[in-house]
Design a protein around this ligand. Sequence first.
Ligand code: ADP
Length: 288
Amino acid sequence: MKKVIVIKNLCKSYGKVKAVNDISFDVMEGEIFAFIGPNGAGKSTTIRTLLGLIKADKGEVRVMGLPFKKSKTYLKDIGYLPSEAIFYNNMRVGEVITYSAKLRGVDCTDEARRLCEIFEVDTKKRVDQLSLGNRKKLGIICAMQHKPKLYIMDEPTSGLDPLMQKEFFKLIHSRQQEGATVFLSSHVLSEVQNNCDKAAIIKEGKIVAVDSIEQLAKRNSAKKVTLRGVTDLPYGIEYTPDSEGEDWISFFYNGEIKKLISQLGRMKITDLTITEPDLEEVFMHYYK
Ligand code: ADP
């Protein structure tokens, strides 16, 4: 499989802030790859470096086999969605869409119409009359109408309502079926779990994990235990508290199941559930 994005020992500082601090990972052709991390972790800085919008202090990026210096060559094959898309305010939605297609020198009329229908976008509206969500949709249409080989999208679903988020991922999956690669940043872990193949987690400019979504979830083998009708806290076992109510408690347990059961057998409880933690709970472990 081809490496569509290569990031090697990338560093970028703003004054004393190490926005990106020696990060490395690859995105393979055909993947939907999520770049996850809290606000200020370095996601946008990395994305802007990939696009040639800012220059790294150190390290290397390659996109579709080409180095940063050749970004003008590869940009035409990319659908880029910035985290905050800014348009000329006096233009109408339809004009922005055709202007964006013309910049690439391609006729996207049919695909643009289809996307406008999917996202329920009114092409006659002026850009300055659009809500945040509708601006986002316009940005997505501009990034997708020319059917590029690679999508680089910074927080594509923020501001979209749940129905539109679903439509967005339906489209992304169909583009993946057609052979496209998708690199998107997000801090909504549930959407990453449901829609992406792989993820890199960034925290304070450093990569803390890169793996398939499945493996990332498995790496943490803790179980989530919920006890009801309890009067006392569990004892004799090591656990990480999660939350609690008047007569219930939930916690994460990473030890031997037999030991857990034996200790619970000594407690007064009315009900017990043991589940796999969801990805959100697993990722919190990396975030902390
Ligand atoms: P994210 O996209 O994960 O929210 P960013 O890449 O935007 O994170 O930011 C990473 C860090 O770099 C933050 O501390 C941010 O304040 C800082 N930063 C980003 N861009 C600039 C800039 N142009 N000037 C100064 N500091 C910046």
